[in-house]
Design a protein around this ligand. Structure first.
Ligand code: HAM
Length: 428
């Protein structure tokens, strides 16, 4: 019997996983600079958190959640996104009471959605996201977008497009909602079954419909930007002015609505414009969600954030043919000949590793020639050779694989010698 991985998931093997680690490290480093702190929430939550948080009428809740009953008959769901969980934790742990506000949080971890898998779309994917809770300052909207753009750019992506929109405040949204209903009601019979339900439940969702995308009424649908009241328009103007101040280029797209219900005011997506990227060009998305904290049982608290998947980040890097600077190879490999040297190699290896070097040896009883081959395959910078003769004299032979140069030295000087050589510039 042989087992296969579930559809829409992937194994990330050594050789590939280093790219993920690099992106994660860069994301964490950037968060440190912007003063965001890591939060880790459970992989599963009570189902009603997502029904309430993400929204009952969204595709995520209606079609894509991995929901199951546990043995205590509770309905639980593998998290399809991070925002609802972060807000739940913010409320439950009373982070709003912390004198340090806004609360700036980030997370990196797997999310689960039952979607049709394709390039850049998997059923388990890793999101890096940030959430800033407690500030209504449009400057933080710009900061969130700038951080997202900076991460992509730092790793070399060039063909990026930031799209922004405003979904306005409640008053603006109600006015827009009414306009949408009047616009689509006369032709509702021509739209798909989902849209027929959406017209009463959440007409904004119609604009996000994949099936009815080319219906003539889509292009002429009333734009939210025409329905923004003065304060919402003023807010949006300030967000744009801050983006200008940060020299972050963007395009306004009034049709951007996002697939989750909690948004208001700022909504944005970052797209890849790299040729050959594939059908799904959205790299990340986010926006403001004033009201979500209250919906989840907390005090009135504004919030904004975004999330990106590492899967799509990697697809974009591939499309732009960017090779990440991954360190390959090890620092030293110990070749031994004879039982005494083999035993002694353990403490030598131990010293090397404790000094911070990447060190390895043979564990397959290989002959000397095969050990050299293994060292070669590992792309090592130095090979240390210890035979019975050397051991008797308490010396070791050190070969620099770059230059071919060999030196014999006392065993207890080898670590220092290697450290110097590697710091001196042979480390790639
Ligand atoms: P979202 O637009 O649903 O927003 O997802 C954000 C990002 O997650 C997408 O742009 C994409 O990079 C990635 N993503 C989503 N689904 C998949 C999938 N099936 N396979 C691979 N990648 C995927 C959210 O999740 C919001 N929580 C973002 C947010 C945070 N808004 C405010 N704060």
């Amino acid at each position: 019997m042989s087992f296969q991985i579930p559809r829409g998931t992937q194994d990330i093997l050594p050789g590939e996983v280093e790219k993920w680690q690099l992106i994660e490290e860069k994301a964490k480093e950037l968060c440190r600079k912007y003063n965001y702190h890591e939060i880790r929430t459970p992989i599963f939550e009570h189902t009603d958190l997502f029904q309430r948080g993400v929204g009952d009428t969204t595709d995520i809740v209606q079609k894509e959640m991995y929901t199951f009953k546990d043995r205590g008959d509770r309905s639980l769901t593998l998290r399809p996104e991070g925002t609802a969980s972060v807000v739940r934790s913010f409320v439950q742990n009373k982070l709003f009471g912390d004198p340090q506000q806004p609360t700036k949080l980030y997370y990196i971890g797997p999310m689960f959605r039952y979607e049709r898998p394709q390039k850049g779309r998997t059923r388990q994917f890793v999101q890096f996201g940030i959430e800033a809770l407690g500030s209504n300052d449009p400057a933080i909207d710009a900061e969130v977008m700038a951080l997202a753009m900076e991460l992509y750019q730092e790793l070399g992506l060039k063909h990026l497009k930031l799209i922004v929109n405003s979904l306005g405040d409640t008053e603006s949204r109600i006015a827009h909602r009414e306009a949408l209903v009047s616009h689509f009601r006369p032709v509702i019979g021509e739209l798909c079954e989902d849209c027929q339900n959406r017209i009463d439940a959440n007409p904004l969702r119609i604009l996000d419909c994949k099936k009815d995308r080319s219906h003539p009424k889509m292009a002429s649908a009333p734009s939210i930007l025409e329905y923004l009241n003065d304060s919402s328009r003023g807010y949006f103007e300030q967000v744009k002015a801050y983006l200008d101040e940060l020299n972050v280029p963007y395009e306004v797209d009034a049709t951007l609505v996002r697939g989750l219900d909690y948004y208001n005011h700022t909504a944005f997506e970052i797209m890849s414009e790299a040729p050959g990227f594939g059908a799904i060009t959205t790299l990340s998305g986010g926006g403001r969600y004033n009201g979500l904290v209250e919906d989840i049982g907390g005090p009135e608290t504004p919030g904004i954030g975004f999330a990106m998947s590492l899967e799509r980040f990697l697809v974009a890097l591939e499309a732009e043919q960017i090779d990440l600077p991954i360190q390959k190879g090890i620092d030293c490999y110990l070749v031994t000949l004879g039982e005494g040297p083999k035993k002694r190699s353990m403490s030598i290896l131990n010293d090397l590793r404790r000094a911070g070097l990447t060190a390895d040896r043979d564990y397959l009883e290989r002959k000397m020639k095969a050990q050299f081959k293994a060292a070669d395959r590992l792309n090592t910078k130095y090979v240390l050779v210890l035979g019975e003769d050397e051991l008797a004299k308490d010396v070791i032979n050190v070969k620099d694989m770059n230059t071919g140069e060999q030196v014999e030295m006392p065993i207890n000087e080898a670590t220092e010698y290697l450290l110097k050589g590697i710091e001196g510039g042979t480390r790639s």
